[in-house]
Design a binder for this molecule. Structure first.
Ligand SMILES: [Fe+2]
Length: 452
């Protein structure tokens, strides 16, 4: 394992590397070897594959190129654990990842140790600025896979007839291995889970009043990453853009609000849907968000803590909806989805804090509707679908070489999501961060913020 802050190294790169690698293993602690083999939908990957692929990234883009004398762990792993980098090597079809019973899990864990040893040597040897940049990219890549590992396990457990729990409680998942729960963890966890239902007695129906929207002036704005810290290539270049005046809701759409849409025939009314969205409703039989289960006359929600009743959690932000459902909900509510530029303008300058992975809750939290702007949920809870197609900014340049395939080649047919979710590592997210998924995607913690 890399030592924090070897002499001459930028102090936090080694520490960030070590902590990120340890956390990936800690997230796997509740899983059996069999759990780690499951690939329950085409979008997901088995946990074992995530463990190997994140080591592969450091081996392929850091150690092989930048550590003289680095020895491959296994000559097949460079192509076996390549995800999608066409210019790097051939790679297995994604849908076959659940067939990787070999290499065994213990072999994958040894692969991680081998890569960590190489990284330790590199970090001790005063890596040059290019190496530091690549390590930072590898850390951010692994953080993305930590989030995917959890969303993929949630789907895997949802499809298991026993509906297992990943965690009984939330906070355990983010501790270092062997670290014990504290009383503080438990009381904050209890307070979080006991989400109180809310009622707006003055509203005839559950729709956001204008007063719960914050107004922003239009004008010439700057969009994109600024400053010295890490960002992905798709957040650059920072550029100017003209915005008309707009207003964004203070919090995310709740389960109670979404249930109103369902009760009003939301999934049965084609006039509320985009054409492709209505086709997706028909072909997939959508009648509710992905993990809502109608059982014995009541709704239950499947979460990383197992199946929980919706009753008592109505104020929770609705999650696991597609872009099409977000768009249809907004139309039904007489509002619209924000553009990614409006979102970034509203989020920029806010502290990056909220219900992210480090909070340990592992599920979206409640939305306050009492104009309490202290919890406006810009960061954490759910990724927020925007009305913006995922495109390169003016002057966008992908990274050089195979790493240019990281983000740029997906700039077609996907929508941008902003803000991070309850399983996004805190250090990973920022106002300029652009996530992207196809509009029918539902297995992520993806929710809705309204605009007008
Ligand atoms: Fe990856």
């Amino acid at each position: 394992m890399a030592k924090p802050a070897a002499a001459g190294v930028q102090p936090d790169v080694g520490a960030r590397f070590g902590a990120t690698r340890r956390r990936t293993l800690a997230l796997c602690e509740p899983l059996t070897a069999e759990d780690m083999m499951v690939q329950s939908c085409p979008e997901a990957s088995p946990a074992k594959w995530h463990l190997a692929h994140t080591a592969w990234f450091f081996e392929s883009f850091v150690l092989r190129e930048l550590l003289p004398g680095y020895r491959l762990f296994n000559p097949d792993f460079p192509w076996l654990f390549n995800s999608y980098y066409e210019s790097f090597s051939v790679f297995p079809e994604k849908r076959l990842r659940a067939s990787f019973s070999r290499p065994a899990l213990r072999e994958v864990l040894r692969y991680r140790e081998h890569v960590d040893e190489g990284m330790e040597r590199l970090l001790e040897g005063d890596p040059d600025p290019e190496a530091v940049k690549r390590i930072e990219l590898g850390v951010n890549h692994e953080e993305q896979h930590q989030e995917l590992l959890l969303t993929d396990i949630l789907h895997a457990f949802f499809t298991n007839p026993l509906r297992p729990k990943y965690r009984e409680r939330g906070n355990e998942g983010t501790r270092e291995p062997g670290e014990k729960a504290t009383e503080n963890d438990e009381s904050s966890d209890r307070a979080f889970v006991a989400t109180q239902p809310f009622r707006d007695e003055t509203a005839e129906r559950i729709r956001r009043p204008d007063s719960s929207f914050q107004e922003y002036e239009g004008g010439l704005r700057e969009i994109g990453h600024a400053g010295e810290g890490f960002c992905f290539d798709n957040e650059l270049p920072r550029h100017r853009l003209w915005l008309e005046p707009f207003a964004l809701a203070d919090g995310l759409v709740t389960c109670e609000e979404f249930a109103e849409f369902m009760a009003d025939g939301g999934y049965q009314r084609p006039e509320l849907w985009l054409s492709a969205g209505w086709a997706a409703v028909q072909s997939n039989g959508w009648r509710a968000p992905l993990y809502w289960m109608h059982e014995d006359g009541d709704w239950n929600l499947f979460t990383l803590r197992g199946s929980l009743p919706l009753k008592g959690r109505e104020a929770m932000a609705v999650s696991q909806v597609s872009f099409y459902e977000a768009d249809a909900y907004a139309r039904w509510a007489g509002r619209r989805l924000p553009t990614e530029f409006e979102w970034e303008t509203a989020a920029e300058g806010r502290p990056v804090e909220g219900n992210l992975l480090d909070s340990g809750h592992l599920m979206p939290g409640p939305t306050s509707r009492n104009q309490d702007r202290s919890r406006s949920q810009y960061f954490g809870d759910c990724w927020e679908w925007t009305a913006s197609a995922y495109l390169g900014y003016p002057g966008f340049k992908p990274l050089e070489g195979s790493l240019g395939e990281y983000n740029g080649k997906f700039m077609s047919g996907q929508m941008v999501l902003r803000g991070g979710s309850c399983v996004t590592p805190d250090a990973h997210i920022r106002a300029s961060y652009r996530n992207f998924f196809a509009p029918e995607t539902r297995w992520q913690f993806s929710g809705i913020r309204l605009a007008r």
